[in-house]
Design a protein around this ligand. Structure first.
Ligand code: ZN
Ligand code: FE
Length: 252
């Protein structure tokens, strides 16, 4: 599996996936036609378009790419009326293939009500869209905070070496937020140095891994007494801690 990161718009990431064995080319969340097509041209074909959710900054390239390459568009059942050009409709926990690459559909509502993540168990790679970001998580637009927290935990429970490819480059602002409430976290400080180097060289901060996120992403650490203390929520439930963090981040 070869993954190419395609920066789009201000801070979006689309991803091209190439399966060499079967010469299958796919793209996750084509934000815009031009930037994606520039990379697709190297392969001169596009078999599949996969969408994590219906937002314009994740599907805007769908129809033009489909028209040019006769691609099949893959999306989730609940979003079948909102994903432009959808051909293949997925169900929760379903397993599907692009070429020889097998992925599982993880239902992750919260950001939107039909959001999904694509998990490739053999390659240990997950595409999380706007659910889990490096050091952060997506805003809650259509779902509830409870749903979002549950969705994040589904991703958190994937094998720890799993690589995470998310929908946006929000890492710097997420880092600042984590540092504010978890200032003594050694792993976070270590990660900060890596992130700053990458951003200085205009490199993407993705992929990250489940292991790294568990150690540094405050939204995955709502059960940690240190985080609870820094929010003055010593006796609160994980859901309450998550809710507080999400509110604070929305106004950060
Ligand atoms: Zn979105
Ligand atoms: Fe987005």
């Amino acid at each position: 599996m070869i993954i190419e990161i395609i920066p789009c718009l201000n801070d979006n990431y689309s991803y091209l996936i190439f399966d060499k064995e079967t010469n299958t080319v796919s793209i996750i969340d084509p934000s815009e036609f031009n930037n994606c097509d520039r990379i697709i041209k190297k392969y001169n074909k596009l078999d599949y378009i996969l969408n994590t959710h219906h937002h314009a900054d994740h599907v805007d390239g769908n129809l033009k790419l489909k028209e040019k390459y006769n691609s099949k568009i893959i999306g989730f059942d609940l979003d079948k009326d909102r994903i432009p050009g959808i051909d293949i409709i997925l169900k929760e926990n379903q397993t599907e293939k692009i070429g020889n690459l097998e992925f599982k559909v993880i239902f992750t509502p919260g950001h939107t009500k039909g959001h999904i993540a694509f998990f490739f168990p053999k390659e240990k790679v997950v595409f999380t869209g706007d659910t889990l970001f490096s050091l952060g998580c997506g805003r809650i637009f259509e779902g509830t905070k409870k749903e979002m927290y549950k969705s994040l935990n589904k991703i958190k429970n994937l094998p720890s070496e799993t690589k995470i490819y998310c929908g946006h480059e929000y890492t710097k602002s997420n880092l600042d937020f984590c540092l504010k409430y978890d200032s003594k976290n050694f792993f976070l400080k270590e990660k900060m140095l890596k992130i700053k180097t990458k951003l200085k060289d205009s490199q993407p901060t993705v992929p990250t891994t489940i292991r790294e996120e568990i150690k540094t992403n405050i939204f995955l650490r709502c059960d940690d007494p240190i985080i609870k203390r820094s929010l003055n929520l010593n006796n609160s439930s994980e859901d309450e801690v998550f809710s507080k963090l999400r509110d604070l981040k929305d106004n950060f």
